[in-house]
Design a protein around this ligand. Structure first.
Ligand code: BTN
Length: 243
């Protein structure tokens, strides 16, 4: 990977050919006292983590963008749910700016193109920091049987090989600009998929999930999904779940 300019002043941007998970690397960086805006990026992860504990994030070596961004919580408007929406928005804006392609956000933080996932985001909190983990399918064209038809890459969307460094640079400058914004939920609502549609959302802890159905009314101030239940019209706020 060629060198990438980190727009966060004095923050390192580390590239590793191979690692276990950049989330784990970021956690270690925080514990050893790294700066706001530090980025750990990798060509390949042996144990990339997905949003749910039991899921992994897989990908072919050197084809995709896999990174974790460390941010100080006090420098981010809103809590971690809003931050993860901001990260999704930054990805949508990056793809629109670099390739002129419109994508949408599937709550809480997947970025989809024509119903297929191009990016997944995982946020974790460590002490006074948040870690924003981002996986963007860039040049991969063959996905595992499980992901085939459900995943897509920027190369497939644009019909050409993409430069991962360009995507990373653009994302970092977009998210940096979004950190001070107080209107992230409103902006996300403009890019939110399934608004006005009836959805089934799985909520509750693993092993004891239940399904809630209702009409999607967008996201609220704290990043929660607002679901209007049938019959009563009650609006349910969902802070954690999966569509
Ligand atoms: C999801 O959609 O389940 C979230 C996937 C997040 C994957 C990224 S890849 C970089 C960072 N390191 C990880 O181990 N996971 C995140």
């Amino acid at each position: 990977m060629r060198s990438v300019v980190n727009p966060f002043p004095e923050a390192a941007l580390v590239y590793k050919e191979e690692t276990c998970s950049t989330m784990e690397d970021a956690r270690k960086c925080i514990l050893s006292g790294c700066s706001h805006g530090t980025v750990i990026s990798a060509g390949f992860q042996q144990a990339g983590r997905g949003r749910f504990g039991e899921r992994s994030w897989e990908g072919q070596p050197d084809e995709n963008l896999l990174f974790s961004l460390v941010l100080e919580k006090r420098r981010c408007a809103g809590d971690v749910s809003v931050l993860s929406l901001a990260a999704g928005l930054a990805v949508v804006e990056t793809i629109a700016r670099l390739y002129g392609i419109e994508t949408g956000i599937k709550w809480p933080n997947d970025v989809l193109w024509q119903g297929r996932k191009v990016c997944g985001i995982l946020c974790e909190v460590v002490k006074k920091h948040s870690i924003v983990g981002v996986g963007i399918n860039c040049n991969q064209k063959n996905f595992s049987a499980e992901l085939r038809g459900r995943a897509v890459s920027l190369a497939e969307m644009t019909g050409t090989k993409v430069i991962r460094e360009e995507v990373l640079e653009c994302f970092l400058s977009r998210i940096k600009g979004l950190l001070d914004c107080n209107d992230i939920p409103q902006r996300v609502n403009e890019r939110l998929l399934f608004k006005g549609e009836t959805l089934a959302v799985s909520v509750g802890v693993s092993g004891k999930e239940r399904l809630l159905s209702g009409v999607c009314r967008g996201v609220g101030e704290r990043g929660e999904l607002i679901l209007e239940l049938p019959g009563t019209g009650e609006r349910k706020q969902i802070y954690s779940g999966e569509i």
